[in-house]
Every structure is written in C-alpha cells, then in structure tokens.
Design a protein around this ligand. Structure first.
Ligand code: C5P
Length: 242
C-alpha cells in the first residue's frame, strides 16, 4: 500500500502581515509563505511529511508563477524535502481544483492511500499522520478532528453582526482538522462526481460524504493549529520555542 500526500498551497486569498512584512517596503505574504523563524510555514509543513517514513510521495499545487522560485528555495534551504518524490505542480482556481490537479498527477492503485493536508498546519505529528492512515485503510475515508469545547451557535448574519437561530449540542460537533485520508478509489470517485455536478466543498471529506461513503474521525491535537491569523503566528512561535 503506497501513501501519498497532497498539500494544496496555491491560494492567494488571505494575506497576513508577518514580522518580516511589517518592515517598510516588504509586501504581506500569502499565509502559506509567512515565515516562522525565517522559514515559510509551508516548508515547516513539508518537512513533517518528508521525514515521515510512511509517506512515499508529496504533491504540492502552487501558483504557476511561484513554482520555479519555490523549487530553487527548497534546493537551497530544505533539500531533504526534494529527496522524496516531491512534485510541484500548478494549482487551480480554488482549493478543490488545486487538489483535483494534484490528484490527476497521482498514479496509484485503488487501495493506495491519499492524504490531503493544509499547507498551514505545520504542527502535525507522525502519530496523527499514522492514525489517519490506519483509519483510512480500515474504513476507506478518515479525517482527524477535535471535539468542540465552545458552545456552538447557528446564526443568521446581519448588517451589525449575527442573530442566533439555534444552539447545536456540542457533543455532536467535531472541528475538522487535516490530514484527511482516503483510499484512492474513494477520493477519485468523490472528486469526479463533484466535478460533474459543479459542487465545491471546503474540505475533501465533504465531497466523500456526498458521494455516500462514511468518513471516520480520529482524535487530532489542539496543537495541530491552522495558522490563519496573526494571533496564530504568536502561538506558532511559542510552540516552536518548546
Ligand atoms: O484560504 P483557505 O484556508 O480556504 O485555503 C486552504 C488551502 O488551500 C491553503 O493552503 C491554500 O493555499 C490552498 N488553496 C489552493 N488553491 C487555491 C486556493 C487555496 O491550493 N486556488
């Protein structure tokens, strides 16, 4: 059973000021290229998968204009990532299309495992990666997630903010993290069906659920944060220090 990982990093959406970006004349960086201790968050994340013995191949959708310079940067600063079969390819219009482009470049048997992991979750551990692989092999589809600790409200947005419409029992809620892992045939079928129907989801599991396949959840970690805001960067610096 071969295990490959897709790490979509072609977004240009959310831009976040980093300590480097605060310097005059320096542009803000897309969140996957924001630097932590002089290294882009994406590179921190790639190192985790490059050093994991279970992972055979890594596929990274990027914006076309960034592929060559990113490869050169890896050659200079993190050549160990390129020692695995690491494929840098052109992403698409949105995350799902970027993952679809990578999936089209993957050559796998039906029961090989494809993981998809957020570029901006560098604190993923070998243990979480292993647990998702094992559950994906057993059930065909699995994600890592955390129980909700806050009370969850369903709201209707208003001009001033929001009005609560319902309270969702938090024992029924899991906050989805990544990696998300799938048997190749399960993920391919879900992506083909979503493409045929023009459905766009915010994660891969939502496409697989829609395709009628059950998705298992394994316990994630509160440290497996998605670096999205400047406050997350502060937390990431703290985790790195330890
Ligand atoms: O902005 P959001 O959190 O939805 O992005 C999730 C991930 O998908 C990011 O790592 C981003 O780089 C990636 N992405 C992509 N291709 C796009 C848009 C987003 O690979 N066209």
């Amino acid at each position: 059973m071969k295990i490959v990982v897709i790490i979509p990093a072609a977004g240009l959406g959310t831009r976040m000021a980093s300590p480097q970006a605060a310097k005059p004349g320096k542009p803000t960086a897309t969140k996957q290229f924001v630097e932590l201790r002089g290294t882009p968050v994406l590179v921190h994340t790639l190192k985790k998968f490059a050093s994991n013995p279970e992972i055979a191949e890594i596929f990274v959708p990027l914006r076309k204009s960034e592929i060559d310079s990113f490869r050169q940067r890896l050659e200079r600063e993190a050549p160990e990532i390129l020692r695995k079969k690491t494929v840098l390819l052109e992403g698409g219009e949105h995350r799902q299309q970027s993952v679809a482009n990578a999936l089209a470049a993957v050559s796998a048997d039906a029961d090989d495992i494809v993981l998809v992991h957020d570029a901006v979750r560098p604190f993923v551990t070998d243990e979480i990666i292993h647990d998702v692989i094992a559950a994906a092999a057993k059930y065909g589809a699995a994600i890592t997630g955390m129980p909700a600790v806050d009370t969850v409200k369903q709201v209707e947005r208003t001009a001033e903010g929001a009005i609560i419409k319902a309270t969702i029992p938090r024992e029924k809620i899991v906050m989805a993290q990544t990696p998300q892992g799938f048997r190749y045939d399960v993920l391919k079928k879900a992506f083909d069906e979503a493409a045929a129907d023009g459905m766009v989801g915010t994660d891969e599991a939502s496409l697989v659920e829609r395709s009628g396949h059950q998705v298992a959840v394994v316990m994630g970690s509160p440290r497996n944060i998605k670096i999205t805001t400047p406050a997350d960067l502060d937390l990431a610096e703290f985790f790195l220090k330890r």
